[in-house]
Design a protein around this ligand. Structure first.
Ligand code: FES
Length: 174
């Protein structure tokens, strides 16, 4: 960890996460593609999420230590971008864009429709913890607004009908 950098993790009893040999090699390769260690931060956080399932404060610290950057840089990146999962990953994560193009095409009506169907508000998990609904900024698919990301998949030109079909597909009885 860089000097003067306060710890991100609270220091629990579970063992600190560690990268395996293969991931360390991948990080090493990534490092050669960027002029600075900081440049490799986002893809390294992505590798960490792949390995550990979520980017906890301990994982952020590991990433920062591995790259030799201040922990606050890992924290800033991991908390700014919605592609990093900081909580226990749900089975299905629904990320609905409500930025300008999607908003103009009815994203808020869709958000309220999803909230009603799931019985939760944006930013919450369903009671069984399987589904997490999130309102996010532009997903870079404005031409097919409104857009929702479900895990790694984009659902474009979303309507109440297609949202309903999607909910049924992931096992929600509506
Ligand atoms: S505004 Fe929704 S994808 Fe760009």
């Amino acid at each position: 960890m860089a000097d003067e950098d306060p710890p991100l993790a609270s220091g629990g009893t579970s063992p600190a996460p560690a990268f395996g040999e293969k991931t360390l090699q991948e990080i090493e390769e990534l490092r050669t593609k960027y002029p600075t260690a900081r440049g490799a931060l986002l893809p390294t956080l992505w590798l960490a999420q792949r390995d550990f399932g979520q980017v906890t404060p301990e994982v952020m610290e590991l990433v920062a230590d591995t790259l030799g950057v201040p922990a606050c840089q890992a924290l800033t990146a991991a908390t700014f971008y919605t592609l990093y999962q900081r909580d226990k990953p749900p089975e299905h994560k629904l990320q609905l864009c409500t930025n300008i193009s999607c908003m103009l095409y009815g994203a808020y009506d869709l958000l309220h429709f999803l909230e009603d169907a799931l019985g939760i508000k944006a930013g919450q998990y369903t009671e069984d913890g399987r589904i997490y609904l999130e309102e996010v900024e532009c997903l870079a698919s404005c031409g097919t607004a409104p857009t929702m990301q479900v895990g790694d998949r984009y659902v474009e030109s979303l309507t109440q009908e297609s949202a309903l079909a999607l909910l049924q597909e992931i096992g929600v009885s509506v």
